[in-house]
Design a protein around this ligand. Structure first.
Ligand code: NDP
Ligand code: PMR
Length: 403
């Protein structure tokens, strides 16, 4: 009888895994990680694997159900090769009850960083996802499905972003969209749409899109610091490829980032309205605090990068370390406290309660800080505007080729 628990998994493995030697060669790792096996058209049919995918530690996972993921929950985190995404994924992986797929544009970097950071063995896999390419996003979905088999997806964390305040001219994604809007919003929008059925399959799944205080105009960081986010009449987004800004105006890098964050927070609310009751998926956004030392500020000058953390620590009180921000992101994934859908989560700092301006009391609070408590933050009226959100949603569906 004692042998049954040992024999059953082996039997199941034998039934599911093809009769191949279990040695994993770089050649077999490469196709999945480079996204080469996928084909957008194949998304329409159930994926069939020529050869099984392998996880980063070089062991052969059981496709369709197992050895790698087992009874753990499955989470996907985009942009998990640095900053918030990396620390959030690590925090989840270290819990032991989540298996994490690191959806990254640079597979080699993600592999290296994950090793350096000490992700537990057999707790993660890197799969390529370049958010500036709709084809790559579709390929990622194909590869993820091939990897996980028919099981559902418990959490999708849309975290990756670029901030391009110093660019004089716009850069464009493979599909012709301005880079900040294309990567931060449209790539994630497509990913979320494509993975909706996988999320629906899991019980109480969570779909999280990282927002920011700088896109919320009821804050000092977002309302008083120039430029302010403003989607205008959305004529740029509606016009499709080649537009420089969502509002149809000429390119302005710092504003393009903030506009994309508004779209992220609006998407969460709009998806909550359209899909929460039907699917049971919890849609959430969050502002984890000002993580002033991440790669997000790579385009800023040296003096800014040195002074910004100091300013955030000692002047605004909004500073949070990468590790603590990662724990906050993970909390929105696993904690029953964060199971309410449509919410924009923030944390009250212990040091100073700054950031959210409440006109009725004249006070400002809730911008991060260390050791804080999670609370349900308020969207600014522009970010919560339902008419603009519906228009933005429809325009994004078209942009991604879904409508
Ligand atoms: P980082 O620059 O450290 O991380 C961004 C991640 O996104 C990296 O892993 C990067 O990959 C990835 N990425 C960038 N472009 C693409 C792309 N085209 N396709 C796929 N992945 C891409 O920044 P943060 O950790 O600070 O930012 C993470 C999130 O947190 C963002 O959504 C940001 O808006 C949000 N945020 C950040 C705040 C802060 O103070 N830093 C405050 C509030 C919100 P690679 O390693 O290859 O460059
Ligand atoms: Mg901002 C009281 C609050 C506060 C907070 C919480 C932030 C967060 N910022 C605040 C205030 C100020 N900032 C003030 C008073 C100034 C003028 C000195 C200021 C400036 C500033 C700059 C130039 N802040 C910035 C920048 C950036 O380039 C960052 C940015 O906008 O990135 C998009 C940024 C940020 N401030 C924040 C946060 C969280 C950011 C960065 C990241 C983000 O929102 O995603």
């Amino acid at each position: 009888m004692r042998l049954i628990p040992v024999l059953l998994p082996s039997l199941a493995t034998a039934l599911v895994a093809p009769a191949r030697p279990l040695t994993v060669t770089p050649a077999r790792l490469a196709p999945l990680q480079a996204g080469a096996v996928a084909d957008a058209e194949k998304l329409k049919v159930a994926p069939k694997l020529e050869s099984p995918p392998v996880d980063s530690s070089g062991t052969l996972p059981k496709v369709n159900g197992g050895i790698v993921i087992g009874t753990r929950k499955l989470a996907v985190v985009t942009g998990a090769s640095s900053g918030l995404g990396l620390y959030g994924a690590l925090s989840l992986a270290k819990r032991g009850d989540y298996y994490v797929v690191l959806a990254c544009r640079n597979v080699e970097r993600a592999e290296r960083v994950a090793k350096e950071m000490g992700f537990p063995a057999n707790s993660y896999t890197v799969i390529k996802c370049e958010l500036g390419s709709f084809k790559s996003v579709r390929d990622f979905v194909f590869n993820l499905r091939a990897f996980k088999g028919p099981r559902g997806l418990d959490a999708l964390v849309c975290n990756a972003a670029v901030y391009l305040p110093a660019d004089p001219k716009p850069r464009f994604t493979e599909d012709g969209y301005e880079m900040s809007m294309g990567v931060n919003h449209l790539g994630h929008f497509l990913l979320t749409q494509l993975l909706m059925s996988d999320l629906e399959k899991a019980k109480n799944a969570r779909c999280i899109i990282v927002g920011s205080i700088t896109g919320n105009s009821n804050t000092i960081g977002g309302g008083l610091v120039y430029p302010r986010a403003d989607l205008g009449d959305l004529s740029g987004l509606k016009a499709g490829p080649g537009s420089e800004m969502a509002d149809g105006k000429p390119f302005f890098g710092a504003k393009a980032y903030k506009d994309s964050k508004v779209c992220n927070m609006m998407t969460v609310q709009e998806m909550h309205r359209r899909f929460h009751d039907k699917t049971g998926i919890t849609f959430s956004s969050l502002y984890p605090g000002c993580i002033a030392e991440t790669g997000l500020f790579r385009e800023k000058r040296g003096w800014f990068r040195s002074l910004f953390p100091v300013f955030m620590k000692y002047v605004t009180g909004g500073y949070v370390s990468e590790a603590e921000a990662g724990d906050r992101l993970a909390q929105v994934v696993y904690d029953p406290v964060a199971s309410k859908s449509g919410v924009y989560w923030s944390w009250n700092g212990n040091a100073q309660q700054v950031g959210l301006y409440d006109p009725s009391s004249g006070s400002v609070k809730g911008a991060g800080g260390s050791g804080g408590e999670i609370f349900e933050n308020k969207y600014s009226s522009s970010t919560a505007d339902e008419r603009t959100a519906a228009e933005m949603y429809e325009a994004s569906m078209k942009a991604c080729g879904l409508a």
